[in-house]
Design a protein around this ligand. Structure first.
Ligand SMILES: *[C@@H]1O[C@H](CO)[C@@H](O)[C@H](O)[C@H]1NC(C)=O
Ligand SMILES: *[C@@H]1O[C@H](CO)[C@@H](O)[C@H](O)[C@H]1NC(C)=O
Ligand SMILES: *[C@@H]1O[C@H](CO)[C@@H](O)[C@H](O)[C@H]1NC(C)=O
Ligand SMILES: *[C@@H]1O[C@H](CO)[C@@H](O)[C@H](O)[C@H]1NC(C)=O
Ligand SMILES: *[C@@H]1O[C@H](CO)[C@@H](O)[C@H](O)[C@H]1NC(C)=O
Ligand SMILES: *[C@@H]1O[C@H](CO)[C@@H](O)[C@H](O)[C@H]1NC(C)=O
Ligand SMILES: *[C@@H]1O[C@H](CO)[C@@H](O)[C@H](O)[C@H]1NC(C)=O
Ligand SMILES: *[C@@H]1O[C@H](CO)[C@@H](O)[C@H](O)[C@H]1NC(C)=O
Ligand SMILES: *[C@@H]1O[C@H](CO)[C@@H](O)[C@H](O)[C@H]1NC(C)=O
Ligand SMILES: *[C@@H]1O[C@H](CO)[C@@H](O)[C@H](O)[C@H]1NC(C)=O
Ligand SMILES: *[C@@H]1O[C@H](CO)[C@@H](O)[C@H](O)[C@H]1NC(C)=O
Ligand SMILES: *[C@@H]1O[C@H](CO)[C@@H](O)[C@H](O)[C@H]1NC(C)=O
Ligand SMILES: [Cu+2]
Length: 580
C-alpha cells in the first residue's frame, strides 16, 4: 500500500473543509492528516574522511523533518529495504490509546522485517513544540533519526515573541565504523563499547575535527531578528552542553511543553531531550563570526568521546568595503567542565511549567502508588571457561532497574498482553522497591554488583496517580542517566543528591509549576522524583536513553490496563502490525 494523493487536491479540500469547520466550530479548525513515506535505505556518507554505508530514511542524514500541527493525524508508511529488522519511535508523542504506533521493538511491536512495511498512525494531542523520531532497535538510531516539529493549531500563537525563522538543530554522534559492530562486540566481550569519533550538528562534525572543515553547519542570520532554535539531542550515549559565543539563549519549551522563559548562555541537553530556545541576533552587523559548540557532560568512570562539535553563526554581511568577506574575528563559547554536576543541577532546576490558565500544570496532587527504583550499573557473570572484559575478567558489564536487568522478549509485550498470551513472555512482578537496600550513593557493598535478569513488568489500573523516585547508585561509578518514559509526560517534582529521604524530601516537592517532560537526567550520585497520571492504556517502555545502558538492561515496562470509558481502551491492533 502506498499513499499517493494529489497534493493540490488534498490541500484544496483541506482548505475548504477547514473554512467550513472554522465557521461552525472555531475550536476545531483544520485538523488534517499528514502522510509520509519513510524508506529505510542504505546511503553512502563521508565524514572525517571515512565513507560508510549508513542506514538512513529516504537517503537523508539526518532524516526528514516530520511536521504537523497540534491535533493533526500523522500516518508514516515505513518500508524496510535493508537487511536489518527495524522499528521507528516517535519520541515523546503521547500515543493516547495508539500504543501499536509507539515503536520500541519487542515492546509495542515486532520489528519490520526486510522488504516489509508498516504504517504508524497517531494523532498529536495536547502537545506543541519539538520532539524527535528515531529507530528503536539495537543501535540503529545512531543514523536513523530526525526532528518532529509540532506547530500550534492554525488559530493559535506561541506564548512568546513570534520568531522570524525556526531552525532545527539536531545533535548526534558519528562513528567511523558500523555502530552495530560496536555494540555487538561489546555485548560479546562484556567490555564497554568503543566510543564515537565525533559529535555532529545537523549531521556535520564541524571544523574542530581533522578532515571535516567542509562538513560544518552554518546558521546564517540577519541582524536584529529572533530565531527559534529547535534543539534535539539524538546522540547515542552522551549528554551534551551547547552554547553560542556571545549570544544568550532564552529557553521557552522543553519536550514539546512550554516552560517559563529563562535566559542562559549554556544549555545542557540529555539524549532524548528537546529544548526550544530563542536566539536574538545582534541589532547591527557585528563584524565577527561566532562558533556554536557542543561537547559532553560526563560523570562515568569509563572512556568517552571527549571531542567538540562546532558550527558557525554567520551574519549576513552588508556589502561595503568596511566589512571584509574574510578574516572576521572568530569567537568561541566557553563550556562548563566535563563533570560540572553542580552546574547541571542549577540548570535543570530552572525549568518550570508555564502553569497558566491556558497551559496548566496538571500535577497529580495525591498519589495512589509510590515506587522507588534504583538505576545504575552492575555485572553479569562471564560464561564459564571463558574470559570477559567487564570490570573483572569473570564478569560482563550490565545495568539494571531495582537490580533487574531487563531481557527483551522474542515477541512484542503489547501483543502478548492484548492477546492474553503473557505466559513465557513476561511476568508482572517487577520489584516496587529495591530488593537490597544499602547506601546507594556511598561505597557499595562488596558483593553488590551482580544483577538479576528477567522480563518483568508493573501493572497499573487506568488513571492511577503514580510517583516514582529514581535513585542513582554508585555501583561501578555514580553516573547520570537520561531516563525516558514512553506514553506519558511526567512532572519532575523533586531532585537531589545522595539517598532519597522519604520523610524529609517530599516536603520540598514542587507541586505547583514543576517541569513536564518525557526525559530527565537522574543526577549523578542523586535521585529524581516524578509524578504522572496513568491515563494511557497499553504497554509503556521506560529506559535509560544512553543506548549503552539500555543495551545492558537499564529498562523496564509498565502495563496500564484499560479504563471503562469509551476513549479509555487500547485500540485494536492494525491489520499490518508486523509479526515476529
Ligand atoms: C556505496 O558505495 C559502494 C562502494 O563504492 C557502492 O558499491 C554502493 O553501491 C554504494 N551504495 C549506495 C546506496 O549508493
Ligand atoms: C488510523 O487510525 C484511525 C483511528 O483508529 C483509523 O480510523 C484510521 O482508519 C487509521 N488509518 C489508517 C490509514 O490506517
Ligand atoms: C565576545 O565575547 C568575548 C568574551 O566574552 C568578548 O571578549 C568579545 O568582546 C565579544 N565580542 C563580540 C564581537 O561580541
Ligand atoms: C577532554 O579534552 C580536553 C581537551 O580538549 C582536555 O583538556 C581534558 O582534560 C579532557 N578531559 C578528559 C576527562 O579526558
Ligand atoms: C571589521 O573587521 C575588520 C577586520 O577585523 C576591520 O578591518 C574592519 O575595519 C572592521 N569594520 C568595522 C566597520 O568595524
Ligand atoms: C572533575 O574533574 C576534575 C579533573 O579531572 C577533578 O579534579 C574534580 O574533582 C572533578 N569534580 C567532580 C565534581 O567530580
Ligand atoms: C548554582 O546556583 C547557586 C545559587 O543560585 C549559585 O550560588 C552557584 O554558584 C551556582 N553553581 C554553579 C556551579 O553554577
Ligand atoms: C570448564 O573447564 C573445566 C576444566 O578444564 C572442565 O572440567 C569443565 O567441563 C569445563 N566446563 C565447561 C562448561 O565447558
Ligand atoms: C583474571 O584475573 C585474575 C586476577 O586479576 C588473574 O589472576 C587471572 O590470571 C586472570 N585470568 C585470565 C584468564 O586472564
Ligand atoms: C552514604 O555514604 C556517603 C559517602 O560515604 C556518606 O557521606 C553518607 O553519609 C552515607 N549516607 C547514609 C545515609 O549513610
Ligand atoms: C553479600 O554478602 C553478605 C554478607 O557477607 C551476605 O549476607 C549476602 O547474602 C551477600 N549477597 C549476595 C547477593 O551475594
Ligand atoms: C539470567 O539469570 C539466570 C538465572 O535466573 C542466569 O542463569 C542467566 O545466566 C542470566 N542471564 C544473563 C544474560 O545474565
Ligand atoms: Cu543510563
Amino acid at each position: 500500500m502506498g499513499f499517493t494523493t494529489n497534493p493540490s487536491f488534498a490541500s484544496m479540500t483541506a482548505l475548504l473543509f477547514g473554512f467550513c469547520v472554522a465557521l461552525l466550530f472555531p475550536e476545531l479548525v483544520a485538523s488534517r492528516t499528514r502522510q509520509y513515506t519513510f524508506h529505510i535505505e542504505y546511503h553512502n556518507v563521508t565524514r572525517l574522511c571515512h565513507t560508510r554505508s549508513i542506514l538512513s530514511v529516504n537517503r537523508q542524514f539526518p532524516g526528514p523533518r516530520l511536521i504537523a500541527r497540534e491535533g493533526d493525524r500523522v500516518l508514516v508508511n515505513v518500508v524496510n529495504h535493508i537487511s536489518n529488522n527495524v522499528s521507528l519511535h516517535w519520541h515523546g508523542v503521547r500515543q493516547l490509546t495508539s500504543g501499536w504506533s509507539d515503536g520500541p521493538a519487542y515492546i509495542t511491536q515486532c520489528p519490520i522485517q526486510t522488504n516489509q512495511s508498516y504504517t504508524y498512525n497517531f494523532t498529536i494531542t495536547g502537545q506543541r513544540g519539538t520532539l524527535l523520531w528515531h529507530a528503536h532497535i539495537s543501535w540503529l538510531r545512531a543514523t536513523i533519526y530526525g526532528p518532529i516539529v509540532i506547530l500550534p493549531r492554525r488559530n493559535e500563537s506561541y506564548p512568546f515573541e513570534k520568531p522570524y525563522k525556526e531552525i532545527p538543530i539536531i545533535l548526534g554522534e558519528w562513528f567511523n565504523v558500523d555502530p552495530e559492530a560496536v555494540i555487538s562486540q561489546a555485548l560479546q566481550t562484556g567490555a564497554g563499547p568503543n566510543v564515537s569519533d565525533a559529535y555532529t550538528i545537523n549531521g556535520l562534525p564541524g571544523p574542530l575535527y581533522n578532515c571535516s572543515s567542509e562538513d560544518t553547519f552554518r546558521l546564517k542570520v540577519k541582524p536584529g531578528k529572533t530565531y527559534l532554535l529547535r534543539l534535539i539531542n539524538a546522540a547515542l550515549n552522551d549528554e551534551l552542553f551547547f552554547s553560542i559565543a556571545n549570544h544568550t539563549l532564552t529557553v521557552v519549551e522543553a519536550d514539546a511543553v512550554y516552560v517559563k522563559p529563562f535566559d542562559t548562555d549554556i544549555i545542557l541537553i540529555t539524549p532524548g531531550q528537546t529544548t526550544n530556545v530563542l536566539l536574538k541576533t545582534k541589532p547591527n552587523f557585528p563584524n565577527a563570526t561566532y562558533l556554536m559548540t557542543a561537547r559532553p557532560y560526563f560523570t562515568g568512570r569509563g572512556t568517552f568521546d571527549n571531542s567538540t562539535t562546532a558550527g558557525f553563526l554567520q551574519y549576513n554581511q552588508p556589502s561595503h568595503p568596511q566589512y571584509p568577506l574574510k578574516n572576521l574575528p572568530l569567537f568561541k563559547p566557553t563550556l562548563p567542565a566535563i563533570n560540572a554536576t553542580n552546574f547541571v543541577a542549577n540548570f535543570t532546576n530552572k525549568f518550570k511549567s508555564l502553569a497558566s490558565s491556558k497551559y496548566p500544570a496538571n500535577v497529580p496532587q495525591k498519589v495512589d502508588k509510590k515506587f522507588l527504583f534504583t538505576v545504575g550499573l552492575g555485572t553479569t557473570p562471564c560464561p564459564s571457561n571463558t574470559t570477559c572484559q567487564g570490570p573483572t575478567n569473570t564478569t560482563k558489564f550490565a545495568a539494571s532497574v531495582n537490580n533487574v536487568s531487563f531481557s527483551l522478549p522474542s515477541t512484542a509485550l503489547l501483543q502478548a498482553y492484548y492477546f492474553k498470551q503473557s505466559n513465557g513472555v513476561y511476568t508482572t512482578d517487577f520489584p516496587t522497591n529495591p530488593t537490597r537496600p544499602f547506601n546507594y550513593t556511598g561505597t557499595p557493598p562488596n558483593n553488590s554488583t551482580l544483577v538479576s535478569n528477567g522480563t518483568k513488568t508493573l501493572v497499573l489500573n487506568f488513571n492511577t496517580s503514580v510517583e516514582v523516585v529514581l535513585q542513582g547508585t554508585s555501583i561501578l561509578g555514580a553516573e547520570s542517566h537520561s531516563l525516558h518514559l514512553h506514553g506519558f509526560n511526567f512532572f519532575v517534582v523533586g531532585q537531589g543528591f545522595g539517598n532519597y529521604d522519604p520523610i524529609k524530601d517530599p516536603a520540598k516537592f514542587n507541586l505547583v509549576d514543576p517541569v513536564e517532560r518525557n526525559t530527565f537526567g537522574v543526577p549523578a550520585g542523586g535521585w529524581v522524583a516524578f509524578r504522572f497520571l496513568a491515563d494511557n492504556p497499553g504497554v509503556w517502555f521506560m529506559h535509560c536513553h544512553l543506548d549503552v545502558h539500555t543495551s545492558w538492561g537499564l529498562k523496564m515496562a509498565w502495563i496500564v490496563l484499560d479504563g471503562t470509558g469509551p476513549n479509555q481502551k487500547l485500540q485494536q491492533p492494525p491489520f499490518d502490525l508486523p509479526q515476529c
